[in-house]
Design a protein around this ligand. Structure first.
Ligand code: ZN
Length: 152
């Protein structure tokens, strides 16, 4: 088994807060990340595909194809956006790196043409990163003016 990784970059803003909490609770938990108008990150996304090399091409996956999939499905939709408001597939989700990584995995998994999606690694900064290997997890999506919530 070999592991092939494509790295890409995007810049986006977000605000971390739980709409079912008071301002005081949000400040206590999310602190500066709860800034009303958000704050930005230069994200680095690494997507790894595992598989065996095709005998005719030597590729596990053509990295140009993997690049194009990540650009089309993810980067074009999140780059220079506010993740709380501008991105359909993140609506109602607290946009932590953890939750974003799970959502990215769910988008990409079925789109990988050869090999299998192995990991989604999302760097929020040089020092903070999240890595997801696809084990089932539940993330909460807050719906319709935050009056109720459901698990996705
Ligand atoms: Zn942040």
């Amino acid at each position: 088994m070999l592991y092939v990784t494509r790295r890409c970059h995007f810049s986006a803003s977000h605000r971390l807060y739980n709409p079912e909490w008071t301002d005081e609770q949000n400040d206590a938990v999310f602190d500066k990340c709860n800034n009303l108008y958000g704050h930005g990150h230069n994200y680095v996304l690494e997507v790894t595909v595992a598989g065996h090399p095709d005998p005719e091409t030597g590729y596990v996956i053509d990295l140009k194809k993997l690049r194009d999939i990540i650009e089309k499905e993810i980067v074009e939709k999140v780059d220079h956006k506010h993740l709380n408001y501008d991105v359909d597939f993140l609506q109602g989700i607290i946009p932590t790196a953890e939750n974003i990584a799970v959502v990215f995995w769910n988008i990409l998994e079925s789109k990988i043409p050869s090999g299998k999606l192995y990991s989604v690694k999302l760097f929020e900064s040089d020092n903070n990163l999240v890595e997801y290997f696809g084990e089932p997890v539940s993330i909460k999506r807050f719906v319709s003016n935050y009056a109720s919530a459901e698990l996705v």
